[in-house]
Design a protein around this ligand. Structure first.
Ligand code: ATP
Length: 332
């Protein structure tokens, strides 16, 4: 990485309002060139709006953003030549084939007829769409559409790619393929900003992650830093007798001095631990009270638990059920 070059993305205090509602409420982030940055948040958190401002598709109401040093408002033409965005090709012609669609996009980007055909063939091979190349798009599965969408965003070979929820709704196999493609693009030198609702996706792909909730960045850091912010490790217990969860919780709270989350129907308890070496004593204590443990794991907390701890609600819960929180936390 060239340390003197400007970062791929540098955004400070971005704001976007729609009527009375504030979709993005002062988002700042820095993405070094050659890395994958994950923007993680639930539905309606402001991820797409942030991407659209960074990609010059939407004008910020306040704040500034630079892409490789170019201002997204004042130098939007320069910025556009440096970025690719997935999701903006939704209006492709359903009756045309994958090849025809890619050729049209290539021509729109200024490639000659021969170059456009060569580019379309190359991308269809790269994205494993050769067999489907001549089929009309209306016969494409969701996974094939996502791959074609990503292929189309690569025609101009942009150094920065915005992938807006690239795997939402895909089956696990297609999702894994998409992850491989993203890893390959980064290995070849691309910088990627990826939005996702999936904690494991951010964990797997991103060098750094910003957790965004109701338009604000509420935490940022590497996956490990975010996990460490919750505690050194996480204790998970499954009881043989599910009716004893409440009593077990009281014992854990007493022994560990921490909040303990329970899933009563599954007979599961989850607690943060600062010192995993107390686990054997804890088990002896439970045994003394006649509580049998079916399963026990002590592991690094998952990003799911991180999200729960930071926001006070799960990654898949809507705003209305969530507790208010205006705290900004940096764990970096
Ligand atoms: P999702 O995962 O559902 O796409 P997101 O994190 O990408 O969510 P945004 O699409 O950025 O969230 O939306 C943030 C908020 O702004 C939401 O409350 C949404 O309803 C609102 N919003 C987004 N675009 C518009 C628009 N063009 N007009 C009015 N409100 C909008």
């Amino acid at each position: 990485m060239n340390l003197t070059a400007p970062p791929a993305i540098e955004a400070v205090g971005l704001v976007k309002r729609f009527g009375d509602s504030v979709a993005v409420d002062g988002v700042s982030l820095t993405v070094p060139t050659g890395t994958v940055y994950g923007v993680l948040g639930p539905n309606g958190a402001g991820k797409t709006t942030t991407v659209r401002m960074l990609a010059t598709l939407l004008r910020p109401d306040a704040g500034q953003a630079r892409i490789f040093g170019h201002d997204v408002v004042r130098e939007s033409t320069a910025v556009r030549s440096l970025v690719g965005v997935t999701g903006q090709y939704a209006s492709v012609d359903e009756d045309l084939s994958a090849t025809e669609n890619l050729v049209i996009f290539s021509r729109l980007l200024g490639l000659s007829r021969t170059e456009a055909k060569r580019k379309a063939t190359e991308l269809l091979e790269e994205f494993d769409l050769v067999e489907a190349a001549s089929k009309p798009l209306k016969n494409f599965s969701g996974g094939m559409r996502r791959r074609l969408d990503l292929a189309a965003s690569l025609i101009s070979h942009p150094p920065l790619l915005f992938l807006d929820e690239p795997t939402t709704g895909l089956d696990p196999r297609t999702r894994a393929q998409m992850w491989e493609t993203i890893r390959r693009l980064v290995a070849e030198g691309s910088t990627v900003l990826l939005t996702t609702q999936y904690l494991d996706e951010a964990d797997q792909l991103a060098d750094r992650i910003a957790v965004i909730d109701r338009g604000k960045v509420i935490a940022d850091g590497t996956a490990d830093e975010l996990k460490a912010s919750v505690g050194v490790s996480s204790l998970q217990l499954k009881l043989v007798d599910k009716t004893r969860v409440d009593q077990t919780r009281s014992l854990l709270v007493e022994s560990l001095g921490v909040e303990v989350a329970i899933t009563p129907e599954a007979g599961r308890l989850t607690a943060p631990m600062t010192d995993p070496s107390v686990t054997p004593e804890l088990l002896i204590r439970l045994r003394e009270h006649g509580i049998d443990v079916d399963e026990i794991t002590v592991s690094k907390p998952s990003l799911d638990e991180v999200f729960l701890t930071i926001t006070g609600h799960g990654a898949d819960e809507s705003d209305s059920t969530a507790a208010e929180s205006d705290t900004e936390r940096s764990v970096a």
